[in-house]
Design a protein around this ligand. Sequence first.
Ligand code: GLU
Length: 422
Amino acid sequence: MASAFENAKKQINDSAGFLSKEYPDKSRFKKAIELLKRPQRVLKKKISIRLDSGKTETFQAYRSQHNDARGPFKGGIRFHPNVSEDEIIAFSTWMSIKCAVVGIPYGGGKGGIIVDPSLLSESELERLCKKYAEFLTPYIGPWKDIPAPDVNTGEREMAWMLDSYEKKVGHHAPATFTGKPLELGGSQGRTEATGLGGFYVLASYSEVTRMIPVKTTIAVQGFGNVGYWFAKFATGVGYKAVAISDSSGGIYDSNGLNVEKLSQLKEKYGSFNKIPKTKDHELITNNELLALKVDVLVPAALENAIHERNVKDIKAKVILEMANGPTTPEADAILSSNEVDILPDVLCNAGGVTVSYFEWVQNLNGYSWTKEKVIKELKKIMDSSFEEIYQVVQQKKVSYRKAAYILAIKRIVNAMMLRGRL
Ligand code: GLU
């Protein structure tokens, strides 16, 4: 399988072809596209921390700063054993595209540490977060690079990192991190923002394709913060979530699952595969979930979930990507030729970074918004971004992903040209 960064570069190339005729100076445009296919800077360091046992352990850490033509770098930090330099660079590239798709004034960044956080104690994790933030301190800040949560990180980690950063610079600077706890300048609505943003995309898509919520079945792969909130909002207005999974397996009920009840069961049993089978629901595997005959399939877990080998099993008519990079370009090409609409990650999961942007705006102003205001502003951005993409889909007869990339690349390339970077 091609690497995530190979995939990201391929997606850029695919859409650049559609744009080149808009730029009379071909060699300048070509140079811009070449620049977009590499990060501006990749920071890496081996970070050693003291374990509770007294021993020392070392972890490989990264931060990729992809492109800052449209504004400071922005993007999450993930803790996962599968983190690699290639993957972090790919994610930072997708963040540049994502921020441009929704028109917020940032470039793309992404950080990560190769670690399984479930194997560390809370104090070991705190030491790791603080050391990582110390390492990043010269390179981040409200007008440089603004990290946020991603896979296996959240408010707690942001609070530790903020404290470490502020100690080092010697003053408060809450706008350096987003996704913070409310008490430290976090925003109302940040927790549910990614799921809610995806739900707004589903609602807009349903409207233009006349899909009726109560007649629409959904399968959601992944029940972390993103999958949970997406499923909760969708089922809240009547979409039928017939299957939901976590990394251990899935639960299926043809009559539709109750998301709150499922969340309680997960809390009680720890993982889906430990939930006892009842007459109301069946246990299925993640592969079975992906192959279900549903209207909308929602990959909301990790990258490369839908690939060359399992794409032939997909029966859904629509794929709404809530994870980053869940469909490989090869699978994407096959699905598109089968007329499956793929609503791309760079739009569907942009609600998270959009509310991160609101958090940054609030921090810079020393003021906080009500939840109602956050939700209203998020809806405005998600709805208008969908509409812009939909117009390109209609006019150029391209896929939703291509349309999103065309819009985003144009915005980034224009910013690079205006700055005279080419
Ligand atoms: N990690 C999230 C993403 O991939 C959020 C990034 C942010 O809020 O900066 O979009």
